[in-house]
Design a protein around this ligand. Sequence first.
Ligand code: NAD
Length: 424
Amino acid sequence: MEKDQLAVKKKENSFGVADQWIRRSVERLRLSSVVYEHLNRPMRSVEISIPVKMDHGGVELFRGYRVQHNNVLGPFKGGIRFHPAVTAESVTALSQLMTLKCALIGVPFGGGKGGVVCDPHKLSLLEKERLSRGYIRSLGFLLGPDVDIPAPDLFTDAQVMAWMADEYGQLARQYTPGVLTGKPVEVGGSLGRREATSRGCFYVTRETAKLYNFPLEEARIVIQGCGNVGGQVARIFHKQGYRVTAICDISGGLYHPDGLDIPALLEHVRKTGLIEGFSGGEKISSEELLTLDCDILIPAALENQLTAANAAEIKARFVVEAANGPTTPRAEQILGERGAVLVPDILANSGGVLASYFEWVQNRQGYYWDLEQVNRRLEKMMVEAFHAVYQFGREKCGGDSIREAAYGFAVQRLAEAMRYRGWL
Ligand code: NAD
């Protein structure tokens, strides 16, 4: 990453943003300032050096991290990313968000996150396996199904989790599937996990529309991103009979006022990797997509997409943050001033961690649910969390900001647990 890009990232660091919301919640709810201190910094942060035998015969050292942010509600939980831009600071920021997300959605987990500085595209499959196993050999003693439970994140997937679970099993002398989630179904993964984030996002969008008496069948839905999350969100909306009028990926976007043929488009993306080349609508750029005339905008790609530069042009009545941190604070303020409703990331994309919890429960029970059970439980908990947050906002936060309500709700839950456990 270029130096100036890094500087921007630092300035817009989500750690700072989440931190401000936590502080605000602590003040508004008149909680002890010790609550803020507990949530402001991680309980434990570890940096490791992982030696990996490369295919050329030499050894390379990779820098890795695991941050255990807070475990007042239960074992630390959070993904491990393999990415060149991983830093101690970014992993810490993400671990803090996990503490809040788990508290908000009501799973008995704390927050954690891990990462390895590497470019996974430059690693062979065998090198990636050795790196994954090396990470666990270095950090395995800090993990465990009742201690810290990693999951996939950027550029780590079910295969990486399977290697890691296997390595942990060798160290522990017994295969312990509950130590990691996001595994392949064949080695203890859960059905329905792959699309759980998108499914959760769909339920939250549906409940928001209901709450504001907006007829979803009339909605023009626009989605930024067509990967794991965006593509599945589009598929679910389309399958339920709703109209996705635009979608984009890194190659650009497509718009059709009557709705795009999502199954055909996703099939094209599956075959070619990109939306580019699909001919079912008018070509638009990713920037144009954000400011299209629409009712529901679902950013599902990157952070910092809705900014002070484009917020005034955004016409959507509802913005549902499927991605982490897609809206800058200034953009949120501009959207709020014109009455747009924003459903924040810690609520809108928490279906993923909820499904991780289901996987862990199934691993502990040794009893596996069918897809219908997974989806039913996901819907129930997402819908309950949404309404609990909304109600909390009305009673305790006095405003229209669902983000403020979501943070307040999560912080209050964490504070109560801290009080019972004698941490305050
Ligand atoms: P992904 O890599 O599968 O997909 C990202 C998509 O965004 C791709 O279609 C890519 O082409 C597109 N994209 C990238 N840059 C773009 C740009 N400049 N303009 C337009 N499109 C662009 O990633 P994902 O797993 O779908 O994650 C998307 C977001 O959701 C991230 O913020 C991630 O942190 C968040 N999230 C994901 C999960 C999950 O379960 N995968 C859970 C919670 C949050």
